[in-house]
Design a binder for this molecule. Structure first.
Ligand code: ADP
Ligand code: MG
Length: 464
């Protein structure tokens, strides 16, 4: 087209370059350039129109701080308590939420499912840029969504969407997905950095101006981050990631950013033909099908936000046939594993350097907490020495560089969860129970001061 040129835009800082570059000279990010089309001389008319659209949505006046009302932040339950938990207790009216995840993970399913509960007291407008009304109806039928107060608009042009939004004036606007929406006043293809940013900006302004909640779907690129400009994540109030193993039916939703709640909470679902089913008791799900009497397995109780969750750590330590042994992790930080191995080699004299080490957390869970260190160490020792950790043992504690076992937060909550699920012995940091003994029902507490005591405990159990 006349007056158009191709440029390459850095998705991190929006630096523009006529040529593709591997590294951004402005922010130093690698592989962050994507192609965009830009108008050489913006038409005066469309530039003016664009400004007026943005301005009409955001005509604001200064307000005295004492006059501001908290009731603006009323929360609306979405009907899925696992999603409410991640949002910080419900969808805040007037907030903008970005939901991202891989294709086919269930973003559209999740949004369709919450329409029923939201529709009971609010008007919902569902903008579909990817699927036809018929397809949506078919899905709604499968999910058992009736769709009272639900309006569907299959449209990708932001100006038309705004017009329709003004007509219907919904309380909740669902946009599936932001990458398909385009503004005719910006001359680049839908999904490009400029278009995504422009459309999101218009939607956010509209949401703030009329107190409407917006939930938009964001695609992810092949590196797993949200496609489009990085500023998109800064512009919205909450960023939720929907993830899960493709082969398994479990789905975990977590907040990467939340202006109205904690980012530690996770929500757990199972995908079925009737849609996403909430899993209120994830520990049971994660422990299902646990192998018995196999070395290298250790149970741990981790805290996800306020909720204790029991997870299973599996280690496989095998003699290496490579000059440098292989080490891989899944669900645990790689460097944290290397550190744990180094502590075990130095303090216990175990020989990991002749072995490959594979570490896995079952069920697609990610353990970022240092409180899982002792369990990781035990799984590693168990696999290396081929000693079995009994099924009814759970281990919690942080491992220090001197091999000491350090205290963890909310030990009582963790041990209670373990007792509830039938564990009978809990290996806990001595520091936690030194002053105040734990009383958690039918579970035997085994306090340890350092990792060397674990070795004794394992040996003793093995011989018993
Ligand atoms: N009839 C069905 N029975 C069971 N699961 C289904 C059925 N139809 C779709 N699904 C599940 O829903 C997923 C698609 O969900 P969808 O919400 O369209 O994903 P997204 O919007 O994230 O791309 C599929 O990957 C599949 O797991
Ligand atoms: Mg979809």
């Amino acid at each position: 087209m006349k007056g158009l040129k191709t440029v390459y835009v850095c998705t991190e800082c929006e630096y523009r370059s006529p040529k593709w570059m591997g590294k951004c000279p402005s922010c130093g990010a690698w592989n962050s350039f994507c192609e965009d089309v830009e108008q050489i001389t913006p038409e005066k008319e469309s530039a003016a129109k664009r400004t007026s659209i943005l301005a009409s949505a955001t005509e604001n006046h200064a307000v005295g701080f004492s006059e501001l009302e908290i009731s603006d932040y009323m929360r609306q339950k979405t009907g899925l308590s696992e999603l409410d938990r991640v949002l910080g207790g419900g969808l805040v009216l007037g907030s903008v939420v970005l939901l991202s995840g891989e294709p086919g993970i269930g973003k559209s399913t999740l949004l369709m499912q919450i329409c029923d509960a939201l529709g009971k007291s609010r008007k919902v407008l569902y903008i579909s840029g990817e699927e036809s009304g018929g397809q949506l109806k078919l899905r709604a039928k499968r999910l058992g969504v009736i769709g009272e107060n639900l309006f569907i608009l299959t449209e990708t042009n932001i100006e038309n969407i705004l017009k329709e939004t003004e007509k219907i004036s919904p309380d909740v606007l669902i946009v599936d997905s932001i990458q398909t929406i385009y503004s005719s006043l910006v001359n680049s293809t839908p999904g490009s950095v400029t278009q995504v940013k422009e459309s999101a900006l218009i939607l956010i302004n509209k949401a703030k101006a009329c107190g409407m909640s917006v939930m938009m779907v964001g695609h992810v690129n092949k590196e797993g981050s949200i496609a489009g400009p990085k500023v998109l994540e800064h512009m919205v109030d909450a960023v939720l990631y929907f993830e899960g193993e493709r082969q398994q039916s479990y789905r975990i939703i977590r907040a990467i950013k939340n202006r109205y709640g904690s980012t530690n909470e996770i929500g757990v679902f199972e995908m079925s033909d009737k849609g996403l089913i909430e899993i209120e008791n994830p520990s049971q799900m994660l422990l299902a099908g646990r192998p018995k009497n196999i070395s290298g397995n250790c149970a741990v109780c981790t805290l996800e936000g306020t909720r204790p969750i029991i997870a299973e750590i599996q280690a496989l330590v095998t003699p290496t046939s490579f000059p440098a042994p292989r080490r891989t992790t899944n669900g645990i930080d790689y460097n944290r594993m290397c550190l744990t191995i180094a502590v075990l080699e130095k303090r216990l004299g175990l020989k990991f350097y002749q072995n490959d080490v594979y570490l896995n957390v079952v069920g697609g869970l990610r353990l970022d907490e240092p409180a899982s260190d002792i369990a990781v160490a035990m799984a590693l020792i168990s696999s290396l020495t081929d000693r079995i950790i009994p099924d009814d043992v759970i281990a919690v504690g942080e491992l220090g560089l001197a091999g000491e076992c350090r205290a963890v937060s909310n030990l009582e909550g963790r041990v209670k969860e373990a007792a509830r699920l039938g564990f009978t012995k809990a290996i806990v940091p001595y520091r936690n129970v030194e002053k105040r003994p734990l009383d958690c029902g039918n579970i035997q507490i085994l306090p340890i001061r350092g990792i060397y005591e674990v070795l004794n405990l394992m040996k003793a159990k093995d011989e018993a």
